[in-house]
Design a protein around this ligand. Structure first.
Ligand code: SF4
Length: 759
């Protein structure tokens, strides 16, 4: 056990130096942390102390950031470079000096480039260091100067959403800024849980303000999330993966009762009805025809949807009437349904509902699709990555396939950038750089399969890991390099999506042990390869940070001088009015058309029709999921749907080893009393959770806050297999499938069936 922190009264002791810093884990938030330093050691961490203002609210840290002391001084911090001495994945290492570690990495890189070429290098997706001078961007620049590396596109967060939304809207930039939510009369949070996941600092606070201003909030979610508990007027539990059935039935009610905004659809949309199909679309292929069952003989009525969704028909009717009859209304989807088997469908379906209710481009409304804005970003430059001479890119979720059968992966697998005459990848992945990420094993689907692949010495030749802990991914390193936390270096961070601020993260203490920053480590490897000056351009970390702030200084006269900004720690950029995407299009669609082929909202996408992808039709439809409900043959064997929500105690897998957070929120399987009683399971029992891919064990929390037939296993627990391969910490990815979504080839890790039994 860790020793408790010393009790200090920080308000009355002037012997402390208070260093402004921040937290930049990839929860979507970026928050202020203040380090109280005495004797070269941080004694306590507090959060934003600036005056709290409605228009400039504090950027207050959540429990994770406030518990950072336990992470920073954790007894298991990696403090020295190490080389693998056991089998790969076994986790046995021997300490080496930095010189030897760098030499080994350089030698392996040169060997791999000689034998396989630059296409064999892969910079693993990782978001653990989501500040501006940390994480996988550091290794991307190194690999680019070294000759390039296999690219990847998509993410583990929003692959299907970002792929699908542009077919309908010409962009994935669908989100209103949260200061617009006070203009809404109804907010429909669809699989959206910012009270726990954060999704941008102050998201839940903005929803609270909207509610205070009179908005009704309805949450659609299989579980009574904290967001639903704290903010919702109504909670509608939905069987996971049936979002599109609910959307179709809502559309049915609107059409049947004449509640939809036909004028909006006529003016701005393509393909809602037969009269507005694009040239070449076959008769009967409009969304209206599909919903009314004119095309397939099955009207998508509330009674039809009730069978799939488990929502009574009258509640579906009520929801449809309320959404259609309240304006402006914001349908805000989270990312939950985009990580499912057919994640592309509800993304396009939610946009269709927003169009049917005339809420697109309307203050207080919402376009559905992807509910955060990517266009309203703060004016801070990114660390330049240099040019990657390898043009080929894989969907990131298929990286294990690029290891096992890379030379057969081509456009049908979502590979892009293939030069003329090159039908597939030139090489399998042979060298992996894993910087600040746990996707190498823990966060990727089907952990047991991934482990088999990584252990196979005939596949990946060398794995370099930069991390702060011996995570499950770090155990697969050949060379393990100890990285600093942000309290041990200078950095800055900007809020993603909907934020407007930049935070300077001042170095508060000297690096622990022999830790170095990601930048310093990659610069040292670059020097070992003769690329040192190219990598750093002669700039120190601090000079790079000052350079990144150039656009902020240029665009905002109130932006302070560098040293003053470091002292203040935060700058908030002001905007004249809320960001409302598609406002210009709504005002004048001829002058400001969308970037779709027709310039309009394409409920029927001609581009999708031409692509003719299996399971991705030109209109959004409901497709019963594989490993879904009772319609799936596997349901007889594994009758519970499982999903892994984002847990308040972790940011993905970060913080899983922090004792304070574990004590407050232990890893549990959440199960409805009906399912528990059927299995003779009581609250607190240890249970086995299993399917054909593996087994995990953890304790159960029996609660009515999750609907029957569904279990929740919060994602991010560190994979901890025992001698027989059973995971003892509750990592849901032992059970998830590597099968991708059909369009984006993105992860569908929320789609899986399991059985649960008392251990
Ligand atoms: S984990 Fe996210 S919400 Fe929590 S303090 Fe860090 S950035 Fe803020």
């Amino acid at each position: 056990m860790l020793r408790p922190s010393p009790q200090v009264d920080v308000n009355s002791d002037s012997s402390f130096t208070v260093v402004p810093s921040g937290c930049a884990h990839n929860c979507g938030g970026r928050c202020v942390l203040r380090a109280w330093v005495r004797g070269g050691r941080i004694q306590r961490i507090t959060t934003d102390a600036r005056p709290d203002d409605l228009h400039d609210p504090q950027l207050r840290a959540c429990v994770r950031g406030r518990a950072y002391l336990r992470r920073l001084y954790h007894p298991h911090r990696l403090l020295h470079p190490m080389k693998r001495v056991g089998e790969r994945g076994e986790g046995r290492f021997a300490r080496v000096g930095w010189d030897e570690a760098i030499e080994r990495v350089c030698a392996a890189m040169l060997r791999a480039r000689d034998e396989h070429g630059p296409d064999a290098f892969f910079n693993m997706h990782g978001t653990g260091g989501a500040s501006h001078l940390a994480g996988s961007q550091m290794s991307a620049r190194l690999l680019n100067f070294f000759g390039g590396h296999l690219r990847h596109h998509n993410s583990y967060s929003s692959a299907a959403a970002r792929w699908a939304a542009p077919f309908t809207l010409g962009t994935d930039d669908c989100g209103h800024s949260p200061d617009d939510w006070v203009n809404s009369k109804l907010i429909l949070l669809w699989g959206y849980n910012p009270a726990e996941t954060v999704f941008g600092t102050n998201t839940a606070y903005r929803l609270k303000l909207a509610r205070r201003a009179g908005a009704r909030i309805v949450v659609v979610d299989p579980r009574l999330s904290m967001t639903a508990q704290a903010l919702a007027d109504d909670w509608i539990p939905l069987r996971p993966g049936t979002d599109s059935a609910l959307m179709d039935a809502m559309a049915f009610v609107m059409i049947a009762e004449g509640l939809h905004d036909q004028a909006f659809l006529d003016r701005y949309c393509v393909g809602f009805d037969e009269a507005h199909l694009p040239p070449g679309a076959p008769p009967g292929s409009s969304y209206r025809s599909y919903v009314l069952g004119e095309a397939d003989g099955t009207p998508k009525s509330p009674a039809w949807a009730a069978r799939f969704t488990q929502i009574p028909a009258d509640r579906i009717e009520g929801l449809a009437r309320e959404y259609a009859g309240t304006r402006p209304a914001a349908l805000l989807p989270g990312l939950a349904f985009n990580r499912r088997a057919y994640g592309e469908q509800p993304v396009r379906g939610s946009i269709t509902l927003a169009a049917m209710t005339g809420n697109i481009g309307l203050p207080g409304g919402g376009a559905g699709g992807v509910s955060y804005s990517v266009s309203r970003q703060v004016p801070v430059a990114e660390f330049p990555l240099g040019h990657n001479p390898v043009p080929v890119s894989i969907p990131v979720f298929l990286w294990t396939d690029a290891v096992t059968r890379g030379r057969s992966l081509g456009p049908a697998d979502g590979v892009t950038g293939l030069p003329p005459g090159q039908p597939t990848l030139r090489s399998d992945i042979r060298f992996i750089f894993n910087t600040a990420g746990n996707t190498l094993i823990n966060q990727h689907a089907n952990v047991n399969r991934t482990a088999r692949i990584l252990r196979d010495p005939s596949l990946v030749d060398f794995i370099v890991v930069l991390d702060q802990f011996l995570t499950p991914s770090a155990k697969f390193a050949d060379i393990l390099l100890p990285a600093t936390t942000w309290f041990e270096k200078n950095d800055l961070c900007t809020v993603w999506g909907l934020g407007d601020s930049v935070i300077f993260m001042n170095k508060a203490v000297e690096p622990l042990g022999e830790c170095r920053s990601d930048f310093e480590i990659c610069a040292a490897i670059a020097r070992g390869l003769g690329l040192g000056h190219q990598y750093t351009e002669g700039k120190s970390e601090l000079e790079w940070l000052e350079w990144m702030l150039g656009p902020a200084r240029a665009s905002d006269p109130s932006f302070p001088p560098f040293d003053e900004f470091r002292r203040r720690g935060v700058h908030v950029f002001q905007h004249a009015r809320p960001h409302v995407p598609f406002r210009d299009f709504r005002e004048d669609p001829a002058r400001t058309p969308l970037r779709t082929p027709s310039g309009r909202i394409e409920i029927y996408s001609q581009r999708l029709a031409e692509l003719a992808l299996d399971q991705v039709p030109p209109i959004p439809v409901f497709i019963p999921e594989w490993e879904g409900g009772p319609w799936d043959p596997l349901f007889a064997k594994y009758p519970l749907q499982a999903f892994g929500r984002h847990f308040q105690r972790r940011t993905h897998s970060i913080y899983d080893n922090v004792d304070w957070l574990e004590e407050a929120m232990p890893q549990r399987l959440f199960m409805n009393p009906i399912d528990a009683a059927a299995r003779d399971i009581e609250d607190g029992d240890e249970v086995r959770v299993f399917n054909d891919r593996g087994e995990i064990r953890l304790r159960v929390r029996v609660t009515r806050r999750i609907m029957p037939g569904v279990v929740d296993i919060p994602q991010g627990a560190w994979w901890s297999p025992d001698a027989s391969g059973v995971d003892r910490r509750g990592n849901i990815n032992v059970l998830t499938s590597e099968r991708p979504t059909p369009g984006a080839r993105g992860n569908a890790q929320h789609t899986l069936l399991v059985q649960v039994a008392r251990a």
